[in-house]
Design a protein around this ligand. Structure first.
Ligand SMILES: NC(=O)c1ccc[n+]([C@@H]2O[C@H](COP(=O)([O-])OP(=O)(O)OC[C@H]3O[C@@H](n4cnc5c(N)ncnc54)[C@H](O)[C@@H]3O)[C@@H](O)[C@H]2O)c1
Length: 339
């Protein structure tokens, strides 16, 4: 089989990691072109990965580069438009989360994906590719905890990234769309159900600058699903110990807990500060293996025609819930989800 020729879109904090994975570690993938609005990032792609076809304009890349697929890791606000344009140009599409920051634009992506069934379309809900999260899914499918009815999940980042995250809010869709979206996707995936109401509270307890952009640095959210199942999701941007993503799935005959203590590895330090375990620092350190598996899965699906485990509908539903949580947080009342 010929390698999948990819146009990389966005070469920022995450795009560079994806580009390295695709170019250096993913069998059957080849980066033929790269697009970024930041000239230094294009220079990086040329120097680090030897990419020759460089574009500051996405439309120009779609028209003139010899590519089969685009791998979108640009700002969230442009994901949907870029995904739709690529589908219309006959390309396979990997789209980072969130698929879009409004429900309407997600519905338009979904329609474009349905209209181009030969193009593979996948959304970057990376936790579904993490070995522990996948194993939990297998256990649920085997009936290991009976019927799952509650997901508790949190996404927690180190406080030192808060200054960067404030600048990210205008294009990311805010804390629920940017961070909780992973927990929302997991809750839908594990409970096998759709959300019908959402309630969120939060505040800017450590960094008042988040309140100035109508966002928060710590939030709590409750979801009810159509069958009455529940999710309890939280986010913090102000941790001091490390990146602390963890999840529990409660079922009628047992509970699964994934990554409750965010240990870096199996080393414990015994010294004058006590007995302790080092933590993972950031999302990439925690999910590096999952990011590689995700890239490999997209390339494999695009080359073989297999259907990805996470598609456009998952992208829409997660944004729908993220959007309703944002509304609930800003208006101070429960949001009912309409489809
Ligand atoms: N899956 C995850 O866990 C995860 C983690 C971090 C970020 N992300 C997502 O990845 C995306 C990028 O995040 P980041 O942290 O790398 O952001 P970043 O700000 O560091 O990088 C954004 C990139 O987008 C490019 N860009 C912006 N507008 C563009 C346009 N019109 N055309 C082409 N390129 C454009 C910029 O040049 C830059 O390279 C975001 O959507 C974010 O939600 C996902």
């Amino acid at each position: 089989m010929k390698p999948l020729k990819i146009g990389m879109v966005g070469l920022g904090r995450l795009g560079k990691r994806h580009a390295e994975n695709l170019a250096l570690r993913t069998p059957g993938a080849s980066i033929e072109a790269a697009c970024s609005v930041v000239p230094e990032e294009l220079e990086w792609a040329q120097e680090r990965l030897g990419v020759k076809n460089l574009f500051g304009d996405y439309g120009a890349m779609l028209v003139s580069a010899d590519i089969d697929a685009v791998f979108i890791a640009s700002s969230s606000a442009v994901h949907a438009a870029q995904a739709i344009a690529a589908l219309k140009a006959g390309k396979h599409v990997f789209c980072e989360k969130p698929m879009g920051i409004s429900i309407q634009e997600c519905l338009e992506v979904e329609a474009a994906a349905a209209a181009h069934p030969k193009s593979t379309f996948m959304v970057g809900f990376v936790r579904r590719f993490d070995p522990s999260y996948r194993y939990a899914k297998e256990l649920i499918e085997q009936g290991a905890i009976g019927e799952p009815f509650l997901v508790r999940s949190q996404t927690v980042d180190l406080d030192e990234y808060a200054a960067f995250q404030v600048g990210f809010v205008p294009t990311s869709g805010g804390i629920f769309m940017d961070m909780n979206i992973h927990d929302i996707d997991l809750a839908r995936w594990y409970l096998g159900d759709e959300v019908n109401s959402a309630y969120a509270i939060g505040g800017s307890f450590v960094h008042p600058e988040f309140a100035q952009v109508m966002d928060a640095d710590n939030t709590c959210a409750l979801l009810t699903f159509s069958t009455g199942k529940m999710a309890d999701l939280s986010v913090s941007r102000t941790a001091f110990h490390g990146h602390d993503t963890h999840t529990e799935i409660v079922g009628s005959r047992g509970i699964l807990k994934i990554g409750i203590t965010p240990v870096k590895n199996r080393v414990e330090i015994f010294d004058s500060f006590g007995a302790r375990k080092p933590c993972v620092r950031d999302f990439y350190e925690r999910f590096e293996e999952a990011f590689r598996a995700e890239a490999a899965a997209f390339v494999e699906c695009a080359r073989s025609g297999a259907t990805p485990i996470v598609g456009a509908r998952d992208g829409t539903e997660a944004t729908r819930v993220g959007f309703c949580l944002t509304e609930s947080f800003r208006k101070g009342r429960i949001a009912t989800i309409r489809r």
